[in-house]
Write a protein that binds this ligand. Structure first.
Ligand code: UDP
Ligand code: MG
Length: 319
């Protein structure tokens, strides 16, 4: 019998979790009633400060399908998704948000695309950003345009982290051991035949979004530095152009001095040039610093997450 692992990362989701569990169970018992498949749920408590872990533990006592991993602190959704993938034992693996923004009702359609359609994985894409602050949608759209110009790995605008994939795809994702994980990029990087399912944006059932504008901005920088070296090339190019300009200016000044003598003028323009050029230099050093700091973190080989408790008896034995 085939098994589907449902991975759900939860950070302060006490309000949404019971609703999620009820909805997922409904889908399991109705939509999947005619196929011979069993389920396991893997909840990852990403250092929540509310009752999330208690709720998960309570579910685990009632339902033997429920497995959980609880982190020692908040490590972020990327780390939680990796932990879930590593702990999963299913033949098919799906990753979902706890807030029902990734509708479990789509799961059967996704399952059929893989088992009947022959795809390796199915991704979901929201075609609208209804219910999202307009400013956030605006910057998100610009970001995808920018990163797709800068990177060889193409990223799909509106793609969610809601996937159903075969074991092979999950193992490929697990094999990417990088510390700075940007899963939208990692997912394009590994390849495989992907079917995209589109749907209208659904608003969160309960609780609040964990992504502030600043957090998203940092995540965007992460995406750019992880999948593109174009900023480094740009800063070298700008440096080169400025050297050329300076060279031409020096020749111009020498010739002018030889013809007209040397009146001591031009201090303000000199100050402007110095300030401008130092600005460009600092900016370029900043870009290099971004890459260096990512490399520094990568080289340290710190664990991506630390588990405090879990109820997975056989962590790595597949059943
Ligand atoms: N999440 C997490 N760790 C974090 C932030 C978020 O595990 O540090 C989880 C969160 O509980 C939810 C999912 O990631 O299940 C998506 O988060 P959210 O709904 O806040 O993001 P949005 O849908 O607004 O982009
Ligand atoms: Mg959400």
């Amino acid at each position: 019998m085939k098994k589907i692992s449902v991975i759900v990362s939860c950070y302060n989701e006490e309000k949404a979790l019971p609703l999620f569990y009820a909805e997922m169970e409904k889908v399991r018992t109705t939509d999947f009633a005619d196929v011979n498949v069993k389920f396991e749920y893997i909840f990852i408590n990403d250092g929540s400060s509310d009752q999330t872990l208690e709720i998960i533990k309570h579910l685990a006592t009632q339902d033997s399908k429920v497995k959980y991993i609880s982190f020692s602190r908040n490590f972020g959704k990327e780390a939680a998704m990796l932990a879930g993938l590593e702990a999963s034992t299913g033949d098919y693996i799906t990753i979902m948000d706890a807030d029902l923004q990734d509708p479990p009702a789509l799961l059967r359609q996704m399952y059929d695309e893989i088992t009947v359609g022959g795809y390796d994985r199915v991704g979901t894409r929201r075609v609208s950003r209804k219910g999202e602050p307009p400013i956030r949608s605006f910057f998100a759209r610009r970001f995808y345009k920018l990163i797709n110009k800068m990177s060889d790995v193409q990223m799909v605008d509106g793609a969610r982290d809601y996937w159903l994939m075969t074991r092979q795809v999950a193992d490929a994702l697990i094999s990417l051991k990088e510390y700075n994980r940007y899963s939208k990029g990692l997912n394009s990087f590994i390849g495989f035949d992907t079917k995209w399912i589109e749907y209208e944006n659904v608003e969160r059932v309960a609780g609040e979004t964990k992504w502030s504008f600043w957090k998203l901005f940092k995540y965007a920088i992460e995406g750019i530095t992880a999948f593109s070296t174009v900023p480094l090339i740009l800063s070298s190019l700008v440096g080169l152009v400025f050297c050329l300009v300076a060279f031409i200016a020096i020749i111009f000044i020498i010739i002018r001095t030889l013809i007209y003598g040397d009146p001591t003028s031009g201090w303000p323009s000199l100050v402007c040039i110095i300030v401008f050029v130092s600005g460009i230099q600092l900016f370029s050093i900043g870009i290099i610093g971004q890459y260096l700091s990512k490399t520094y973190l990568e080289v340290k080989k710190r664990p991506i997450y630390i588990i405090k408790e879990q109820n997975l008896d056989t962590h790595k034995t597949k059943s």
